[in-house]
Design a protein around this ligand. Structure first.
Ligand code: COA
Length: 403
């Protein structure tokens, strides 16, 4: 089979959709809605003659690290026709996608893998979590306000139902909060219509601050009722709860808690439960089916320069990066971080040896250099390990979105 890999256009929409239906069981009725929002110039297709045998998307997104949005290519819709699998089609597409993202100026790439080994073989590595957890609805209903000694009185919060007309308000709230969360996306403007939509059993509730903040939206929750239970009620799924203040956050959780008479449990996807655990009187949060996303550097030097760092960090580490799929990342580098800025410049003697995937893992802060050494993915002297951990460790990156 001779493969030709190239950028797709609108004329390929029906063939791409057929591959999506076969690979992901997307409903046939979703064709028109998908067609209306998809930009096929972000897709690569693999052709055997005139036949489309495989496809991948490389979406132009951003992802926050250290308070800054890093240009990130989101790999999605990797699908190969059933008869053509196991012959290297996906591998060819991923190699071409790396080149496409590099040409576009992406510094990093991330993806949600259905299988890890395919992507690991091309330089992506597990680099963050998409947490899923469950909490009894009644525990949210009874959530106490910030208690004595918390140092802050909760600001007065007014709740109101949101609608598609609040799209720009929730967007502004998200964009205010997202930089504080390593791993959260810098979402494209085009996503917000769908995010603000309240059709079917999907709901949007807003928390407005009274008084000092001029009625600005200080938080919102997007949630839906899923599945009818056999005896009574339904299950509740929180797609995202975003809040800029503790008062707004607790008011929104209590609103979800008000469903306790119908929904016994709430499933929450994407955000971490840490702050809720700190507010609940007991440890009633249970792990759900969390997954991990993967990342790889597309342009390692650009990625290091684009993210933020803690201003107290001052470090210099020599790296030898192995990246056969992106040769511009390959070789010896000096990593320097000072005053909240990072730089990767050519030179040094590569005392730390690591692959592109391990570099991504360090970069997002998902695991420590010490852990990567223990896993055999980084070879480094002890002082360099301490330097890398000072630069990157500890942020526990998460992602709300699944693309
Ligand atoms: C996953 C999929 C895209 C792979 O396409 P493909 O063209 O068969 O993959 P390749 O032939 O390029 O395989 C590359 C490597 O990935 C591995 N791999 C491929 N498919 C795999 C699978 N389903 N499970 C585990 N590993 C797989 C292969 O072992 C191969 O490694 P090797 O070269 O060391 O043997 C294809 O099976 C598919 O379309 N599946 C359904 C949709 C899907 O799950 N997509 C992934 C979404 S994240």
């Amino acid at each position: 089979m001779t493969l030709d890999v190239r950028v797709l256009g609108d004329e390929h929409a029906a063939d791409v959709f057929a591959l999506r239906m076969q690979a992901f069981r997307v409903p046939p009725a979703s064709l028109d809605a998908w067609r209306a929002q998809v930009d096929l110039s972000n897709f690569l297709g693999a052709f055997d003659g005139s036949r489309l045998v495989g496809v991948t998307a490389a979406l132009p997104l951003g992802q926050h690290f250290g308070g800054r949005a890093v240009p990130m290519g989101g790999v999605a819709t990797v699908a190969v026709a059933a008869e053509d699998r196991g012959r290297g089609v996906a591998g060819r597409l991923l190699g071409a996608a790396i080149g496409m993202m590099h040409d576009r100026g992406d510094a990093l790439s991330a993806l949600h893998p259905a299988t890890t080994r395919l992507y690991r073989a091309h330089g992506w590595e597990l680099a963050g979590e998409r947490p899923v957890w469950r909490v009894p609805t009644a525990a949210l209903r009874d959530l106490p306000g910030p208690g004595p000694g918390s140092g802050s009185e909760p600001e007065p919060v007014v709740l109101r139902a949101g609608s598609a007309a609040d799209r720009d308000r929730i967007r502004a709230c998200y964009e205010r909060v997202a930089p504080d969360h390593d791993g959260w996306l810098a979402r494209p403007a085009g996503w917000w219509d769908a995010l603000a939509s309240t059709d079917g059993h999907r709901y949007l509730s807003l928390a407005r601050a009274e008084g000092g903040y001029g009625g600005e939206v200080m938080g919102y929750v997007r949630y839906r009722q899923v599945g009818k239970r056999p005896d009574w009620g339904y299950r509740l799924r929180v797609d995202e709860l975003v809040a800029a203040t503790p008062g707004a956050e607790r008011a929104l959780w209590r609103l979800i808690g008000s469903y306790a008479s119908q929904a016994e449990r709430v499933t929450v996807a994407g955000c971490r439960p840490d702050r809720l655990l700190l507010a609940l009187p007991e440890q009633v949060v249970r792990a759900g089916r969390s997954s991990h996303w993967m990342a790889r550097p597309i342009d390692a030097a650009a990625a290091v320069a684009a993210r933020g760092y803690r201003p107290v960090v001052n470090a210099r580490v020599e790296l030898h990066v192995h990246d056969p799929h992106a040769p511009w990342n390959d070789g010896d580098w000096i990593l320097e971080v000072a005053g909240g800025e990072g730089r990767l410049r050519r030179g040094g003697y590569g005392s730390v040896r690591l692959g592109a995937g391990a570099l991504a893992c360090l970069y997002t802060g998902w695991t420590s250099a010490a852990n990567l050494v223990a896993a055999g993915l980084v070879h480094a002297p002890v002082d360099a390990v301490a330097g890398l951990d000072a630069v990157f460790a500890g942020s526990r990156p998460a992602m709300l979105d699944h693309f």
